[in-house]
Design a protein around this ligand. Structure first.
Ligand SMILES: Nc1ncnc2c1ncn2[C@@H]1O[C@H](COP(=O)(O)OP(=O)(O)OP(=O)(O)O)[C@@H](O)[C@H]1O
Ligand SMILES: [Mg+2]
Length: 319
């Protein structure tokens, strides 16, 4: 689910909507590092399309969807073959679904044959979208393809079978190279590698501080500048800033990016988005003693004024 303060990604959203409206495209792979916003961008679009709108524009959607199946690592509906079949069957009239279910129960039918029969039940028309979220979690990373043979067969059948209405969107940190080699003309890749632009990242930072308690909401732009640069606008890293400020009252927006060298790897947005709170918790519970900050920011007043005393020369903001 995308947050209500979702910012940017207009071009990517329009590209995705365009892919969904193209009956020749059967798989869209959205790749990018963790926390960059792959799931949020896709889910926001799908939710908008359900309501007949492309989010972020005033346009009534020119693409409507006939159904959506969400499969994800974290949800109840996992990215696996049995769930894929079961959730597609749910979109069909009861009689047709139970006929196909009998086929599914018959071990003589391979996943590819089953999938082709299922695809026939979704004749070309309004796209039925299947989201495979965090495909990398079910991938054989060496072979760069889904590890479950049945899922692999099913996805290949979607790509190679006769015309049908199903469009798959896979979000993944790891490019499924082997899968991309199957009917490449029927696939598109959307790379989400960059974080949010600084103006958008600043809005997100302010919105994350809904009551102004963390000193982000009303901070001047240049106070937030270092945070935007240090996180490279990675939305999950921006959320980590909020978690960090919430976890340590001695920090302010102007100082919290000063992460000491004794927290390995914390000087990249990747690590901020990957494990921000664990490191910062360790740091502020005393394992990182490089910096001391004073005086405390007043949470009540929301004041951001403070000075930094450091046991080592302060790290300058990145230029
Ligand atoms: N454009 C945006 N504006 C504001 N918040 C965003 C934006 N994009 C993502 N977010 C928020 O940032 C967090 C990370 O986004 P998301 O989960 O979509 O990343 P991801 O690329 O799918 O990561 P992962 O690889 O771990 O699945 C989420 O809480 C999401 O709501
Ligand atoms: Mg995701």
């Amino acid at each position: 689910m995308a947050p209500i303060w979702f910012q940017g990604r207009q071009a990517e959203t329009l590209r995705l909507a365009g892919y969904l409206s193209d009956p020749g495209i059967r798989l869209v792979t959205v790749t990018g590092p963790g926390g960059i916003g792959k799931t949020a961008t896709v889910c926001r679009l799908l939710k908008g399309l359900e309501a007949g709108r492309i989010p972020g524009t005033d346009d009534v959607a020119t693409v409507t969807v006939g159904g959506i199946v969400y499969l994800s690592r974290n949800g109840v509906h996992k990215v696996e073959y049995p769930t894929l079949v079961a959730d597609l069957l749910r979109l069909l009239p009861a009689e047709q679904a139970s006929r196909l279910d009998r086929l599914y129960q018959n071990p003589q039918h391979s996943p590819a044959a089953m999938m082709l029969a299922l695809l026939e039940a979704f004749p070309a028309g309004e796209p039925v979208v299947v989201l495979l979220d965090n495909l990398e979690s079910v991938m054989d990373t060496e072979r760069e393809t889904p590890a479950e043979p049945a899922l692999r067969e099913a996805l290949s059948a979607v790509l190679t079978g006769p015309a049908h209405a199903i469009t798959m969107i896979a979000t993944t940190r790891v490019t499924p190279t082997a899968l991309l080699g199957v009917e490449p003309a029927r696939q598109r890749q959307l790379r989400l590698t960059e974080g949010l632009d600084p103006p958008d990242a600043r809005i997100v930072l302010r919105e994350l501080d809904d009551d102004g308690r963390l000193g982000l909401r009303n901070a001047p732009d240049d106070f937030l500048e270092g945070l935007c640069r240090h996180t490279r606008g990675n939305p999950r890293a921006l959320e980590a800033v909020k978690a960090i400020l919430e976890g340590d009252e001695t920090l302010t927006p102007a100082t919290c990016w000063t992460v000491p060298a004794s927290c390995p790897g914390t000087r990249s947005s990747r690590s901020w988005s990957a494990r921000p709170t664990s490191c910062l918790t360790a740091r502020h519970s005393g394992s990182c003693r490089a910096c001391r900050f004073s005086p405390r920011r007043s949470r009540q007043s929301g004041s951001t004024s403070c000075s930094v005393r450091s046991t080592r020369p302060p790290t300058p903001p990145p230029s």
